[in-house]
Write a new protein. Structure first.
Length: 251
């Protein structure tokens, strides 16, 4: 046997007797957890809020909104009962020189619901609480100021709680129309006696009951139906009227 043949033979023997390295075990697959984002509610409408058309009390939109809300809470009442017995009002009067006098609307309704001006959320909530107390109800009306319509929907409407809101009739632009010297204030007033209070034309109160991708839905006494208002415009009008709202809940 030649030297070369001997070398080849030795190499073959080494290859055949050498241990074969085990194949590496595959790494266990890592568990992948997929977290799904919560589904965003695209539309919602509270059912059972009746529409009461503003046929009689021409200046009483706040009373009509309140009546719709109270009826949805199963109270047997109407706009006349509330206006006559619970709404806090202060008259509009005139001095000998023609000067007009009236209340701070954060404290009372200015004039009468037939031909007056209006009332803002703190005074309206106070009026509603007179009603709840008389009915021995545990509900309490709370004036909510500074929210957006979107946040009101998130906090209340999505949970089935309708909200009274101040905006304008058909979302028309508000403008200064009438003013008077303040002669009535309470703890909620934004002015003091002797100051001037200015009322905004087109001021309106409705009940926010829902939303969809484009609009907010409101029980509207002037329209006599559920009105749909484009969200951006409605937010603007709501802010122009002081971002005022009322919710009625048990404390």
């Amino acid at each position: 046997m030649t030297v070369s043949a001997a070398i080849i033979l030795v190499l073959l023997i080494i290859i055949n007797v050498a241990p074969i390295a085990p194949k590496p075990k595959p790494k266990p697959e890592q568990e992948v957890r997929v977290t799904q984002a919560p589904t965003e509610v695209q539309s919602y409408q509270i059912q059972g809020v009746p529409i009461v058309s503003q046929n009689e009390l021409k200046a009483g939109c706040e009373t009509y909104a309140c009546t719709m809300l109270l009826k949805s809470l199963d109270f047997d009442t109407d706009e006349f009962d509330f206006a006559d017995n619970y709404l806090i009002c202060s008259p509009i009067s005139y001095g000998v020189d023609g000067t007009r006098f009236g209340p701070d609307m954060y404290s009372a309704f200015a004039g009468t619901v037939e031909n007056g001006y209006g009332i803002y959320s703190p005074a309206m909530a106070k009026s509603m609480n007179k009603f709840f107390e008389a009915k021995k109800s545990k509900l309490k009306a709370t004036s909510v100021v500074g929210e957006t319509l979107e946040s009101l929907c998130d906090k209340y409407v999505k949970n089935g709680t309708a909200v009274m809101v101040w905006a304008t009739t058909y979302m028309q632009e508000p403008y200064e129309k009438a003013s008077w010297v303040v002669d009535y204030v309470d703890e909620n007033a934004k002015t003091k006696k002797g100051d001037t209070f200015t009322w905004l034309q087109n001021e309106h109160c409705m009940v926010l009951i829902g939303f969809d991708q484009k609009d907010y839905l409101m029980a509207d006494s002037v329209a006599g139906k559920v009105s749909h208002f484009e969200k951006k415009l409605a937010e603007k009008r709501f802010k122009e009227l002081g971002s005022q709202a009322i919710v009625a809940q048990e404390p």
